[in-house]
Design a protein around this ligand. Sequence first.
Ligand code: PEP
Ligand code: MG
Length: 325
Amino acid sequence: ARRKLSSLRKGVAKTRDGTPIELVANIELPKDVEDVKRSGAMGVGLFRSEFLFLGRDTLPSEDEQFEAYRTVAEALKGQPVTVRTMDLGADKNPKWLNHGVADNPALGLTGIRLCLAEPLMFRAQLRALLRASAYGQIRILFPMVNCLPELRQSLAQLALAREELAAENVPMAPKVEVGAMIEIPSAALVVGSFVRHVDFLSIGTNDLIQYTLAIDRNDDAVSHLYDPVHPAVLKLIGHTIKTANKANIPVSVCGEMAGDPKLTRMLLGIGLRRFSMHPANILAVKQQVLATHLDEVSPLAARMLRTEDPDRIADLLNQLNALPG
Ligand code: PEP
Ligand code: MG
């Protein structure tokens, strides 16, 4: 089976009926690009840039960040490199960030909230990203966006960074695609207001499940209740995909769900065409894509979105995965 999987590496992922499916990788540091290349992924769908900021005593400079983003962009030239702006706070608190310990960090100053509270730090990262855009296909992704004003403020910071660099005659790509993560239930519910302002969306199911179900994603005491196919989670994912598809805005899933081959057919069936995952999962998911006929899975997946009965959902999921390849 291992040899069969590795022979799948080359070639585009297409469903049985010929629909191309984009499979891209999640990375944490520039050194991970070697795994991306080996995996057969078509680029990076999520570069968790906060890892550049962790495990050190000082904030990395704009130049240092620029070098890191440029390295990845050049290594994957011709392929998209989606860099998420620093998603700190909650469980990731570097020493140099002096925001104290909140009682409820998952609901505190995290992700884009922290970036907007520290505009100079944020703009240094945006400048580094725009500078790197001259060397490859950099895309910018904002984490933990909760409402339209946050998205507008983030875009305004990006516009400001671009103006500063233009005034300094620094080379940049003329157009850098910008996206928002959908990982808070509020964002999923108002995603229709986001689509006019972004070039793409990415669903962060790890946090979307946590915040929808009020289950700490890292707490073993409640991990049996952490359910990716809870009907409420499926409704939010389904609504986001449907809204994005209708608006012609590319949408991906970049949480763990995207790398779980048991969920590939379901996600394809509800209209997902882009998956971003740990490089190690690419081939197993690709194998599922190649064995899936969209006409067969779509009606079953649509039924999964309509029911609120967890047993029925489990049954439909089994039916989906039992369909012949
Ligand atoms: C997510 O929340 O699903 C996600 C991809 O981001 P992270 O796991 O880094 O929070
Ligand atoms: Mg997240």
